[in-house]
Design a protein around this ligand. Structure first.
Ligand code: COA
Length: 169
């Protein structure tokens, strides 16, 4: 069954809903979101995001469930290398909404947006080895596993192994 979602560029109006779902420890644990997620974390992040979004350096989308418009997660292009038509793709879904196909459905829409509106030619993405659901999402989106880094080199995940995925658009 295909999950029905829409994606729209994040605005400050989304802060409260995003705050509620981002602050779950199981979401923070496998992403680069701050741990613990601070009060007003979503608002602070969106204020930093908006000028970058306007400049085309970063894009973040609120993923909304089509049936009621509720925000179920966030996805987007974290760092856009405009000269190389390349960007990192990142995503997370609120814990109550896992395993409904939302990450996959949103990913398909984000990839379409990248092709049409940002003219990207290549995406890359990271997933912790210990996060098989995320690896599965990337595989369903047609990303190819390119290499395994033995150390994530990020302060959240220390020496946890991480896979690097790529997709040519
Ligand atoms: C990873 C994450 C984005 C998946 O979102 P989702 O909306 O549940 O994903 P989907 O429903 O589209 O697809 C999940 C797939 O993983 C599979 N899956 C779920 N748990 C699994 C597990 N423990 N082992 C293997 N596969 C698993 C599901 O069966 C499904 O695959 P299928 O369609 O072939 O059955 C979500 O769990 C999440 O946000 N986690 C916390 C943050 C995070 O990890 N973000 C990614 C950072 S790289």
């Amino acid at each position: 069954m295909t999950a029905h979602v829409t994606i729209e560029l994040v605005t400050l109006d989304d802060a409260e809903e995003i705050q509620q779902i981002a602050s779950h420890p199981d979401v923070v644990a496998t992403t680069r979101l701050p741990d613990p997620y601070p009060e007003n974390g979503a608002q602070t992040w969106i204020k930093m995001l908006l000028p970058r979004q306007k400049a085309g350096d970063e894009y973040a989308f609120a993923i909304r469930r089509a049936e009621d418009g509720k925000i179920v997660g966030v996805c987007g292009f974290v760092t856009v290398h405009k000269d190389q038509h390349l960007a990192e793709y990142g995503y997370w879904i609120g814990k109550p909404y896992w395993n409904h196909g939302y990450a996959t459905a949103a990913g398909r829409l984000a990839i379409e947006y990248a092709r049409k509106h940002i003219k990207l030619k290549k995406l890359f993405a990271h997933s912790l080895e210990q996060n098989p659901a995320s690896c599965r999402v990337l595989e369903k989106l047609g990303f190819e596993k390119k290499k395994k880094l033995r150390n994530s080199n990020d302060p959240h995940h220390g020496d946890a192994a991480i896979y690097v995925y790529e997709k040519t658009l």
